[in-house]
Design a protein around this ligand. Structure first.
Ligand code: CP3
Length: 354
């Protein structure tokens, strides 16, 4: 494998000294980019891009051609895992993800099995290998998966949900059935992430978009515990370098204290918690990633620059900060506005590193 030329992202995740704050953006490959929309239109739909390693590689590289980002992220989706478990993932235009065969009863959940990950998800590992070759050591590649609870919401509700009625009923009326769902998804996800690491992923992020919709004790039992199981089972080394693990529970707030007790390297923070408060909660035990409000990107370059300045100041001096938004970039953003964000991080962040 070619030598990594820019390791500022990996160093920051391990709280090692850096000369500036690294930056990447959740959903950096996506619909706000016209060149992404073109590839997707040619492929026919989103999953056809994911299943084709050359196309997945192409859209992964697109944002890196425009911006000086410090990491690439595999182009795929968190719902490939339940798709591999046989639920039949499909996307209806404008409606988000859906499953042909959701698992809504205790019996359906009890009959779920860990699939043959290598066989069902081989296209993802092929994409990882293709992207690593194309990156040629320019920046590290992030692999990812969803948290078992977040993935579980889509499996049980059959698609996107606002209130999560079915999975919340399980949490309250049949918690041991939900424990089983968390276990099967966690075991599958551990194999899935380890195969991404074997194929060349140099850091991994677990997206827990919906865990904080639970009561605090339920969050600990279902979402946190299942992420902890995954982290315990991960290969933490790739080519002689540590593979850092990032957990991102959106809306975690004070639960960041609990998350920092998991054996991870970094926590994602959304914009509802300041980085200064988050740093206090975790007591510098782990690095922090975030947390500019994605809505800021709709504003002028001057407002964006001020938002970057405030975010950097909120984290303050020293290593352990990875700049990102507090959640994914939205499809309506002007690509030049993301350029203003990345440039501002490059210009303003060296002052926080001695
Ligand atoms: O960050 C990246 O650039 C990597 C790619 C990535 C995608 N999805 C591509 C995608 C990642 C990391 C994800 C994670 C994901 N997927 C999450 C967790 C993070 C989050 O944003 O909360 C969730 C909940 C999903 C499930 C999912 N996939 C939804 C709800 C949707 C539809 C939402 C929408 O914006 O329409 C998807 C589809 C999806 N995944 C798209 C992309 C670029 C849009 C598909 C398209 O091209 O129309």
């Amino acid at each position: 494998m070619s030598e990594l030329k820019n390791d500022v992202f990996l160093r920051a995740l391990l709280r090692q000294p850096v000369s500036r704050t690294p930056v990447w953006i959740m959903r950096q490959a996506g619909r706000y980019l016209p060149e992404y929309r073109e590839v997707r239109a040619q492929a026919g739909d989103f999953m056809s891009v994911c299943r084709n390693p050359e196309l997945a590689c192409e859209v992964t590289m697109q944002p890196l051609r425009r911006y000086e980002l410090d990491a690439a992220i595999l182009f795929s989706d968190i719902l490939t895992v339940p798709d591999a478990m046989g639920l039949g993932l499909y996307f209806e235009t404008g409606e988000g993800p859906k499953f042909e065969r959701p698992v809504q009863t205790a019996d359906a959940i009890r009959s779920l099995r860990v699939p043959n990950v290598e066989k069902q998800l081989g296209y993802v590992f092929d994409a990882v290998r293709t992207i690593r070759r194309e990156l040629d050591g320019k920046v590290p590649l992030i692999g990812f998966a969803g948290s078992p609870f977040t993935v579980g919401t889509y499996m049980v509700e059959g698609g996107s949900s606002r209130e999560f009625p079915t999975i919340k009923r399980l949490a309250k009326e049949a918690p041991e059935v939900l424990d089983h769902l968390m276990d099967v998804v966690a075991e599958t996800t551990t194999e899935y992430l380890n195969a991404q690491i074997d194929a060349g992923a140099q850091a991994v992020q677990i997206f827990d978009t919906w865990g904080a919709a639970l009561e605090a004790d339920e969050f600990r039992r279902f979402s946190l515990a299942s992420m902890q199981k995954i982290v315990e089972g991960l290969t933490r080394d790739n080519d002689g370098r540590k593979v850092p693990v990032i957990l991102f529970t959106k809306g975690a707030g004070r639960l960041l204290r609990d998350l920092a007790q998991v054996d991870c390297d970094a926590l994602g923070v959304d914009w509802t918690t300041s980085l200064a408060d988050a740093r206090g909660y975790v007591n510098d035990k782990v690095a922090l990633q975030g947390n500019l409000d994605p809505a800021t990107l709709r504003e002028s370059p001057e407002v964006i620059r001020k938002g970057v300045a405030d975010t950097l100041a909120s984290y303050g001096d020293g290593p352990g900060h990875v700049f990102n938004l507090g959640h994914g970039i939205t499809p309506d953003i002007d690509p030049d506005h993301l350029g203003a964000l990345v440039d501002a991080v490059h210009e303003l962040s060296p002052a926080y590193h001695s």
